[in-house]
Design a protein around this ligand. Structure first.
Ligand code: ARG
Length: 560
C-alpha cells in the first residue's frame, strides 16, 4: 500500500533508522474514529529506544511530518494521528487496486515456504455431518489466505478410514446387515448399523469385545474384514466427493489414516530405540510432562489414532518439508494434538514448532452437541439442497428473468452456508439454524454477493473504461470506502496470523456497508464529469469484494 508505505518511510527517516521499516509499517494503525485521523502511529515502544516519554516522542515526531499524502498531523498522548490528503490518497489507492486486480492485498509473508493444512477429514461409513463442515470451510479458507500470503499450500484430507469403529461396523454388519439394503443406500444403512451397535452394546458388553476382535483382524489383513472395509470406504468416498464438488473444494492429498498402516511400525521402533516408549500394563505409552501419557499401542498390539497421526506428521515433513503444519480440528481434540506435538518434540524434531492445532467450537442444535451415535444429526447434503432451493425461490421472486439462474442459486445458497460459518470466530460455538444461515440480508454471504453484483451492474450501465481519472473524485462520501480498501492487506495478514477467516468475513461486510452507503447518498451516474472517476472507485470495490469472497471460498456472481 503506497500511501502507508510513504508514511512509514517518512517516520523511518525521522527516527533515523532506529526502528526497522517493516516494524514501523506494522505499527501503523487504522483508528476506529475519524477524529483520530486516518492513520495513527503509537510511540509506546519507542520510549526505551529514545529514553524519553512516549508523549514527548509523539509530539516531536508530529512536528516534523509532512509529505505527499499527509494533510495534517496531531500528537495525542502517545499517538501521532495522521490525516491524509483525501484526493491524493484516493487516487493512489484506486490506481493500485486497478493495477493489481486480484493480487491487490497480497502479503509477503510465506516467501514460498510450504504449509500443510489438514482439514475436513471426515470418517468413512458415517454421513458427512454439519460438524465436519466447520473444519472443511475454515481449513479451505485458511489455505486460500495462506496462498495470498505467499505460502505454498498442501491441502490434506486425512480421511478417518481406520480405527476400532470399523471393527464395530464389521461386527454389526455381519450380525444384522443386509447386502441389498446397504447397496441401495450405503451411508444411511451403515449409520443405522453403527447406531444399532451402540444401542445394543449398552446391554451386551460382549459386542464391544467382538468389535475389538474384528478390528484386530482388519489390522492383521483378514480377507473378509478387509473386503468389507474396502467396500464401506468406497461408498463413503463417493458421497464425500459429491459434497466437495458442491462446496467447490479440492484437496492435494487424500491419504487417509489407513495409508499409514505400513508406516507405523517404523515409528514405534524409533520411539523404542530412543528409549521414550514405556510399557504400562501390556500397553505401550510415551510418558509426557504435564500431560497424560500418549497411548501408542494397546495391550492387544493394535495401534491408535495418535499412532497414525505420528506416522502422518513424519511422512508429511519428509514429503513436503513444511515450515508450518496446521490441523483444523474441533476443540474436543485439543488434548490429542497437545500429546501429538509433545511426542514429536520428545523425538527431537525441531519442525514441531511449526505445527498448530487450529481448533474451533461446535455446531450446536438447540444448545446441544450433535452426535452421530445417538442419531441426532443434521445432514450437510440436505442443508445444501435446502439452501440452494431457497436461493432459487428468492431469485424467482426478485429477478425471475435472470440468466443462468440455477448456477447463481447454487453460488448464493452454498455461499450463504459457508459464510454463516466463517463469520463467527472459529472458537465460538455456532447454533445451527437454517433460518439464520439463509437470511439474505444483514451480515450474510448473499448480502456481500448482492453488493458485488450491484457494483457490476453499475459498471455496465455507466460503460466504465479504465482511465486515470480517479484523481477527480470529489465526494467525501467516498472516503470511508477508500479507507476500507487501504485496510485490506492488513486484514488478510492478521487473519492469517491468527488463523481466523472471520476477520475477512467481517471486512467484506463492512466494505459492502460503506459502499451501499455511498451508493445511497451519491448519484453515481449523474451527468457530471465525475462519472468515470466514481466508477473507478466502484470497480475497485468490485475487485476487492470478489477477492475477499474468494478467500472465504465463495463465488461472486455478476448478476443476482
Ligand atoms: N477423522 C477425525 C474426526 O472426524 C478428524 C481427523 C483430523 N486430522 C488428524 N490428522 N487427526 O474426528
Amino acid at each position: 500500500m503506497k500511501v502507508k508505505d510513504d508514511v512509514a518511510q517518512l517516520i523511518d527517516k525521522k527516527l533515523e533508522g532506529k526502528l526497522e521499516r517493516r516494524k514501523i509499517n506494522m505499527m501503523i494503525e487504522e483508528p476506529k474514529h475519524d477524529h483520530m485521523g486516518d492513520l495513527a502511529f503509537p510511540c509506546f515502544e519507542l520510549a526505551k529506544l529514545f529514553r524519553k516519554s512516549p508523549v514527548i516522542i509523539a509530539s516531536e515526531l508530529a512536528n516534523k511530518l509532512s509529505a505527499a499524502y499527509i494533510e495534517k498531523v496531531e500528537p495525542v498522548g502517545a499517538y501521532v494521528n495522521i490525516f491524509l490528503k483525501r484526493k491524493e490518497a484516493t487516487a493512489q489507492v484506486i490506481s493500485e487496486v486497478i493495477e493489481f486486480k486480484d493480487r491487490f492485498g497480497d502479503v509477503e509473508l510465506g516467501q514460498g515456504d510450504t504449509i500443510t493444512l489438514d482439514f475436513s477429514s471426515p470418517n468413512i461409513a458415517k454421513p458427512f455431518s454439519m460438524g465436519h463442515l466447520r473444519s472443511t470451510v475454515i481449513g479451505y479458507s485458511l489455505s486460500l489466505i495462506a496462498e495470498k500470503c505467499g505460502y505454498k499450500t498442501v491441502k490434506i484430507n486425512h480421511i478417518g478410514d481406520w480405527g476400532t469403529q470399523f471393527g464395530k461396523l464389521i461386527t454389526a454388519y455381519r450380525l444384522w446387515g443386509n447386502e441389498t439394503e446397504v447397496k441401495q443406500e450405503p451411508i444411511k444403512e451403515l449409520l443405522k448399523l453403527y447406531i444399532m451397535f451402540h444401542e445394543k452394546a449398552e446391554d451386551d458388553p460382549d459386542l464391544n469385545d467382538q468389535g475389538r476382535e474384528w478390528f484386530k483382524k482388519l489390522e492383521e489383513g483378514n480377507e473378509e474384514a478387509h473386503a468389507l472395509w474396502e467396500w464401506f470406504r468406497e461408498e463413503s468416498l463417493k458421497e464425500f466427493s459429491e459434497i466437495y464438488r458442491k462446496l467447490g473444494i479440492t484437496f492435494d492429498s487424500e491419504h487417509g489414516e489407513a495409508f499409514y498402516n505400513d508406516k507405523m511400525e517404523q515409528v514405534v521402533d524409533l520411539l523404542q530405540n530412543q528409549g521414550i516408549l514405556n510399557e504400562s500394563e501390556g500397553a505401550h505409552v510415551v510418558p509426557l510432562e504435564g500431560l497424560p501419557p500418549c497411548l501408542i499401542k494397546k495391550q492387544d498390539g493394535s495401534t491408535l489414532y495418535a499412532t497414525r497421526d505420528l506416522a502422518a506428521a513424519i511422512y508429511r515433513q519428509k514429503t513436503y518439508g513444511f515450515t508450518k503444519s496446521l490441523y483444523v480440528v474441533g476443540n474436543e481434540q485439543s488434548l490429542h494434538f497437545q500429546q501429538l506435538f509433545a511426542v514429536l518434540s520428545e523425538m527431537g524434531y525441531s519442525w514441531t514448532e511449526g505445527m498448530a492445532h487450529v481448533s474451533f467450537g461446535m455446531i450446536l442444535k438447540e444448545g446441544k452437541k450433535m452426535s452421530t451415535r445417538k442419531g441426532k444429526i443434521v445432514l450437510l447434503d440436505e442443508v445444501l439442497k435446502e439452501a440452494v432451493s431457497l436461493a432459487m425461490k428468492n431469485i424467482n421472486e426478485k429477478n425471475p428473468s435472470l440468466e443462468e439462474k440455477e448456477e447463481v442459486a447454487r453460488q448464493v445458497g452454498i455461499g450463504a452456508i459457508i459464510f454463516h460459518d466463517l463469520k463467527h470466530h472459529r472458537l465460538n460455538d455456532i447454533e445451527f439454524s437454517l433460518e439464520d444461515m439463509l437470511r439474505f440480508e444483514g451480515e450474510t454471504g448473499p448480502y456481500v454477493q448482492y453488493t458485488h453484483a450491484r457494483a457490476s451492474t453499475l459498471l455496465l450501465k455507466g460503460q466504465f473504461v479504465i482511465t486515470n481519472s480517479s484523481g477527480m473524485i470529489e465526494d467525501d462520501q467516498a472516503w470511508p470506502i477508500v479507507k476500507q480498501l487501504m485496510a485490506f492487506s492488513d486484514v488478510i495478514k492478521r487473519s492469517f496470523e491468527t488463523y481466523d477467516p472471520s476477520q475477512i468475513a467481517k471486512y467484506v461486510v463492512e466494505l459492502s456497508r460503506v459502499f451501499n452507503q455511498f451508493y445511497g447518498s451519491v448519484r453515481v451516474l449523474d451527468d457530471s464529469e465525475y462519472i468515470q472517476a466514481r466508477l473507478s472507485l466502484v470497480y475497485s470495490v468490485k475487485i476487492v469484494l470478489k477477492e475477499g469472497l474468494r478467500l472465504l471460498g465463495l463465488k461472486a456472481p455478476e448478476k443476482m
